[in-house]
Design a protein around this ligand. Structure first.
Ligand code: AMP
Length: 215
């Protein structure tokens, strides 16, 4: 009995107000009805706010989108260009992530564009050109756009690789590497993955700055 009681983990008392998020983002969190941060949010938010690279081991459903989205939006400089680039393996996930970021960034007036294959380049580029600060993209279409030089001054200060294990097992390694090389050297890189496969670990070692945090 005693042993079982000791095994029960104490629940964290940390609230969203304790994490250092900006007021507009906090209001969006409250409007979304979130009561307390999930474990990955509690750990990731201060690290991302501090501008550090981060590796998060997290499945869908753990609140990982808000774990990077809330601090990323909180840190935005609003300097007119694309500041946050999120790469996801599929169009469905890109749409889902985009909807979620739109919800958190609404009070900030942040524009979010979803970029994926099989639909018009023109519309996606027009939306980016009209002042989007967040782009959520699948690797193939993003690479195409970059290779064709279709975007001027594309220099996001943060790149998020979401579901990295999926992207690498789908064969997107070269695409991801080219995208990483084609964006600013000084950017903050975040990587989320359900599993830490050798391929994922290799990417973290090659591209992320020392001092990454694994959960
Ligand atoms: P994700 O793991 O990012 O796919 O998020 C899964 C779902 O959890 C989404 O519908 C989020 O809106 C929701 N969610 C994220 N963070 C929280 C939270 N702290 N409290 C309640 N729901 C949340």
């Amino acid at each position: 009995m005693q042993e079982n009681a000791q095994e029960v983990k104490e629940e964290s008392t940390v609230t969203f107000d304790d994490l250092g998020l900006n007021r507009d983002v906090l209001n969006a969190v409250k409007a979304a009805g979130f009561i307390k941060p999930s474990p990955i949010q509690e750990q990731a938010i201060p690290v991302v706010l501090a501008g550090r690279d981060m590796v998060g081991q997290a499945h869908t459903g753990t609140g990982k989108t808000a774990a990077f989205g809330l601090p990323a939006l909180s840190n935005m400089k609003r300097n007119n260009g694309v500041e946050i680039l999120v790469i996801t393996p599929t169009r469905e996930l890109a749409t889902q992530v985009s909807d979620e970021l739109f919800k958190y960034g609404r009070n900030l007036g942040v524009r979010t564009v979803t970029v994926y294959g099989g639909s018009s380049y023109k519309r996606q580029l027009d939306l980016i050109g009209r002042g989007a600060s967040v782009v959520v993209a699948t690797p193939g279409r993003m690479l195409d756009i970059l290779k064709k030089g279709m975007l001027n001054d594309f220099a996001p200060s943060m790149v998020v690789l979401d579901e990295a294990d999926e992207m690498l097992s789908m064969g997107f390694k070269e695409d991801l590497e080219t995208i990483i090389h084609a964006t600013s050297k000084k950017k903050q890189i975040l990587l989320f993955s359900a599993t830490m496969t050798p391929k994922v670990v290799a990417v973290t070692k090659k591209y992320m700055r020392i001092g990454i945090d694994c959960f």
